[in-house]
Design a protein around this ligand. Structure first.
Ligand SMILES: Cc1cc2nc3c(=O)[nH]c(=O)nc-3n(C[C@H](O)[C@H](O)[C@H](O)COP(=O)(O)OP(=O)(O)OC[C@H]3O[C@@H](n4cnc5c(N)ncnc54)[C@H](O)[C@@H]3O)c2cc1C
Length: 498
């Protein structure tokens, strides 16, 4: 039996990616006589610290064939807009520059529909030795890849490089951050021992390849001139224009610049400042992590984490396990515990992106209060415009709408108030999903659904006293937020009508 696209006789050392990160998507064998190895890049959109690229390279080495990297972006993606497309296109420009150093052949394709994309991958797959895919768990990209795999007559392998912990290293959904943190810490030494290559193509002697005819004629890839003029490419997209680009530069270069700045000036005060909107204390890395422009591994490397500093006696504790300064530990708990808990749900929790995935106690208490009178009812359009009677909420929504991001602490309050302003908790869930995913650069991510579900009780416990609308789900108010946090400058900045 061939494994993960490699022939049976391949030497053990030929596979450098841990098996737990590899999943065969079909029964078809690899085709050693194929023209290339195809890496279909949709989730891990980067040239560095990329397990999928590394596995594709391993296959290309074994078959001694060129490596074709095809990065696609569909125009019919849910919530497609100039904002997200511009961010991904900037990533494509960075990738084109990174792959220009060889030895892979890189092509970026804007596909009008999923069907167009499927036909292209099927055509390129028909001439491949093997196909490598890399979609986020339960994402539209992954669903499309899984539907395509049985149609291909060549081995298709999915590579999981989304986080530090391989998704299949856990087999069940975790209900609490506390339980998940313990597992994450227990498996950390093993996860660190299997690190992706920083530059997987460096010194990889592979045969060269010029852009295949399919990508020149029937499904033309973006040419270098187009990747230099993204303003023009974005303006020709068939979207209504809203929301448009928001000024944050996407791509691996933008991601690395953000990371360098955060390591130099932000992480040292993360614990003390991140909750205060005036201090803008977050890393701002979430959009880059969402689109795969940067790997968790690269972030951890920049923070100089090392297993010899781990403190096993602190396993399961929120701070102290990683052997890093206190502020760095606080950041790591978000990046590793909370982000990977969200990935765990996407991989293992049925309906994780729907209201019905909330824990039973939360649904029961919210539904018992579903007919409680609401202080006001606001429709999606009014909410999107930030036109409620709550200046803190309006400011947060305005930041989201104009900048594609929202201060991390205010995101929680933002969701809690939507629960109060919608007719029932199911509607609150839908409205949060719609606004978050329409405007947030990091939207449509497992962490989006984890955050929204948290607002309604997931990963939390019941809190007293029982209140109208919330029941025993944790309550938050704008009044308390104003009292506890520094946000005068924030309100000045985002409070005025735009
Ligand atoms: C209602 C609501 C909606 C949210 N929507 C999203 C979303 O669409 N996309 C998204 O990535 N996160 C979302 N979050 C989680 C969190 O608010 C953001 O990840 C964080 O604000 C991103 O800013 P940052 O990169 O500066 O984070 P930092 O504070 O610098 O944290 C570092 C990284 O850890 C991860 N992280 C931090 N907090 C969380 C969390 N609570 N859950 C999961 N991962 C976390 C992110 O990848 C983040 O980039 C949401 C939270 C709530 C309450």
């Amino acid at each position: 039996m061939d494994f993960a696209g490699l022939p049976e006789h391949a030497p053990h050392a030929a596979q450098t990616v841990p098996s737990v990160r590899l999943r065969e998507l079909n029964q078809a064998p690899p085709r050693p006589g194929g023209k290339w190895v195809l890496y279909w890049m949709q989730g891990q959109r980067r040239a560095r610290y990329n397990f999928a690229l590394q596995h594709a390279r391993d296959l290309a080495r074994v078959y001694q064939k060129p490596l074709l990297v095809l990065e696609t972006l569909r125009q019919d993606e849910p919530w497609a807009s100039g904002r997200f497309h511009r961010f991904v296109l900037e990533g494509m420009a960075d990738n084109a520059a990174a792959f220009a150093r060889g030895p892979a052949c890189y092509a970026a394709r804007l596909a009008p529909t999923a069907e167009d994309e499927r036909q292209l991958v099927e055509a390129l797959g028909a001439r491949a030795c093997a196909v490598v895919a890399d979609g986020l768990p339960a994402s539209p990209a992954q669903r499309i890849a899984h539907a395509l795999a049985p149609r291909l007559e060549v081995a298709m392998v999915e590579v999981d490089g989304h986080g530090l912990l391989p998704l299949r290293r856990t087999s069940k959904p975790h209900a609490t951050a506390r339980g998940f943190r313990r597992v994450l810490h227990e498996l950390a030494p093993e996860s660190f021992a299997a690190w992706p290559r920083a530059a997987p193509l460096r010194c990889a002697a592979l045969p060269p390849l010029t852009t295949p005819v399919e990508l020149r004629e029937r499904w033309p890839a973006l040419c270098p001139a187009q990747l230099q003029d993204l303003e023009a490419v974005t303006s020709e997209l068939p979207f209504s224009g809203s929301p448009g680009p928001c000024g944050t530069r996407g791509g691996s270069r933008g991601a690395r610049a953000r990371l360098a700045e955060f390591v130099a000036t932000g992480v040292g005060t993360y614990g003390a400042e991140r909750n205060h909107p005036d201090d803008e204390g977050g890393s701002g890395l979430s959009p880059y992590l969402h689109f795969g422009h940067i790997a968790t591994h690269e972030v951890l490397r920049a923070l100089e984490l090392h297993p010899h500093r781990f403190e096993p006696a602190r396993a399961g504790k929120r701070e102290g396990f990683w052997g890093a300064p206190e502020d760095t530990e606080a950041f790591l708990d978000e990046l590793l515990t909370w982000r990977e808990l969200a990935l765990n749900a996407a991989a293992h929790l049925p309906y994780y992106a729907q209201y019905r995935s909330l824990p039973g106690w939360a649904r029961a208490t919210l539904e018992a209060h579903a007919s409680d009178p609401r202080p006001a009812l606001h429709g999606v359009a009014q909410l999107a415009a930030g036109e409620t009677g709550d200046p803190v909420w309006n400011a947060a929504q305005r930041q989201l709408r104009t900048e594609g991001t929202m201060h991390g602490y205010l995101r929680m309050l933002w969701g809690k108030r939507i629960l109060e302003w919608t007719a029932c908790p199911q509607e609150a869930f839908e409205v949060m999903v719609e606004l978050n995913n329409r405007y947030a650069l990091d939207g449509r991510d497992p962490s989006s659904y984890a955050g929204i579900a948290w607002v309604l009780g997931r990963y939390d416990r019941a809190w007293g006293p029982e209140r109208p609308i919330f029941g025993t789900v944790r309550y938050m108010s704008s009044r308390n937020t104003r009292r506890k946090l520094r946000l005068d400058a924030y309100l000045q900045r985002y409070g005025a009508a735009d």
